[in-house]
Design a protein around this ligand. Structure first.
Ligand code: FAD
Length: 444
């Protein structure tokens, strides 16, 4: 038994934890009766990969094949996005979709069907999977794809590890000329301005905004939009970049060596941070060429940054509401959040494109994600926010969740009942794929 948690350090549980190096080893582990769940790199925030019996996938991380002509890559599901980037960026290839951290596994990317700054153009990660092999609870292996065993494919993408263990996946990388992003940073004075900017940025491949969830009144929703494109070789200006266009300089890596005390993060320190960050960006549009790590993964430069929330842990409240409800809905929800004064500094706003999947989170509309230190007040606030999100026809992201109840899940995920039935059938037998989250939200 050992203590284990996902990224929010809430909840922390005691679990039996083991890994595997081969499909045969995994099969023999699945012979043990009872519930079990896959754990990738624990970068989901809550309890999606937690259970009394946990199977770590990180050792199962070999590249299986790569076609230089098409960019089609097959690898084992414990491979991290960072490992793909380290090997393939220098060869001129990038991920089709990437979340705000590269420290996640391919299995985790499929199970949560993660999205990135290019969702409005390229959809979610699952839409780029050409095929995958999944080991079921009885040790049998199903190969599935958009053309083969399609129903099983559809519930595995976004299925949060409940259909079985994803063993390996095949997907197509994106051709790039450089490891750099040609980016623009634009300051928006309030929520209306940033929403206008998103509407006007639909031609950009990547767009996202950092939003100050503590600013009130006329400044509510003040934000900084970041949008970008992969830079062509001819667009590089610095001699260092031109010298080795596909090999970015290693940035500085910092560390948070211990859990911060709870008082370190308070309204005063967070307000000061947000004020300074917002004002660092001068009004107007600013162009720059930055390496892909700085553009996509600024937080990965600080190891263990989750410790700044202290031992109590934190959660990320991420919701999406449909575009037609966007303006009114975001104003009302954001006002409730700013009035509470409980939000913190990491708030991200994004406009998703169309998506209709069986269980995935994204839908055409606005998504807001913000971190909250765990507290009773925050839990009460979430209940109120849940009701607003549900009324506007939105939903919460399972990969960030540690507290949603079954009623909210059922109300907001249109295929919740069918998903529950399908998982019950797949789980027949002595071993069940089940997480603390799947129990809490009534799926298992
Ligand atoms: C700083 C930060 C930024 C983030 N930004 C984004 C973002 O922009 N967009 C976004 O979509 N997400 C984002 N996330 C969330 C993260 O991408 C997802 O939670 C992802 O699923 C984590 O993958 P993991 O490998 O760490 O898996 P875990 O967190 O360990 O597991 C997540 C789920 O995947 C399942 N799983 C893992 N491996 C397998 C497997 N081999 N077979 C079957 N099921 C499996 C688990 O059972 C669990 O249900 C962010 C997280 C952090 C910490």
């Amino acid at each position: 038994m050992r203590k284990i948690s996902d990224w929010g350090n809430y909840p922390v549980i005691d679990a039996e934890v083991s890994g595997f190096d081969s499909a045969e080893q995994l099969r023999s582990k699945l012979e043990k009766p009872g519930p079990v769940i896959a754990f990738g790199n624990g970068r989901s925030y809550g309890d999606a990969s937690l259970q009394e019996s946990i199977l770590l996938t990180r050792r199962f991380n070999k590249f299986l094949s790569f076609d230089e002509a098409t960019g089609i890559l097959s690898c084992q599901a414990g491979t991290m996005l960072s490992e793909v980037l380290d090997v393939f960026v220098p060869r001129g290839w990038f991920l089709p979709v990437t979340p705000g951290t590269k420290l996640i596994t391919i299995g985790g990317a499929i199970a949560a069907d993660v999205h990135g700054k290019n969702h409005h153009v390229d959809g979610s990660f699952g839409q780029h999977i050409l095929s995958m092999d999944v080991m079921r609870n009885d040790g049998s292996i199903i190969t599935c794809s958009p053309e083969e065993n399609t129903d099983f494919f559809k519930i595995t993408v976004g299925g949060m590890g409940l259909t079985g263990m994803i063993l390996n996946a095949t997907f197509k990388l994106r051709k790039i000329e450089t490891a750099y992003i040609r980016g623009e940073t634009i300051r928006a004075a309030n929520l209306n301005e940033i929403m206008d900017l998103f509407e006007a940025s639909s031609d950009w491949t990547y767009s996202v905004a950092w939003i100050d969830c503590l600013a009130k009144g006329d400044a509510m929703g003040r934000s900084i939009m970041m949008r970008g494109e992969h830079a062509a070789e001819g667009e590089l200006v610095s001699p260092a970049h031109k010298h080795a266009p596909l090999i970015p300089k290693q940035g500085l890596q910092l560390d948070v060596p211990f859990d911060f005390p709870n008082f370190a993060l308070n309204k005063l320190t967070m307000n000061a941070f947000n004020f300074a960050y917002y004002n660092k960006c001068r009004p107007g549009t600013h162009q720059s060429i930055v390496d892909y790590n700085a553009f996509f993964y600024p937080l990965d430069a600080i190891d263990n940054w989750n410790r700044i929330y202290g031992k109590r842990g934190f959660t990320q409240y991420q919701f999406v509401i449909p575009k037609k409800a966007g303006r009114e809905g975001m104003h009302k929800i954001l006002k409730r959040i700013t009035d509470s004064g409980l939000g913190s500094f990491l708030a991200v706003l994004k406009l998703f494109g169309e998506q209709e999947s069986f269980m995935s989170f994204p839908m055409a509309g606005y998504t807001l994600a913000l971190d909250f230190p765990i507290s009773l007040k925050a839990m009460d606030l979430f209940k109120e926010l849940d009701a607003m999100v549900a009324d506007y026809g939105g939903r919460l992201y399972l990969a960030k969740d540690s507290r949603m109840d079954a009623e909210m899940f059922e109300k907001t995920y249109p295929n919740a009942a069918d998903f529950r039935q399908a998982i019950a059938l797949l789980n027949e037998g002595t071993t069940q794929f089940e997480s603390l989250q799947s129990k809490r939200i009534g799926v298992t």
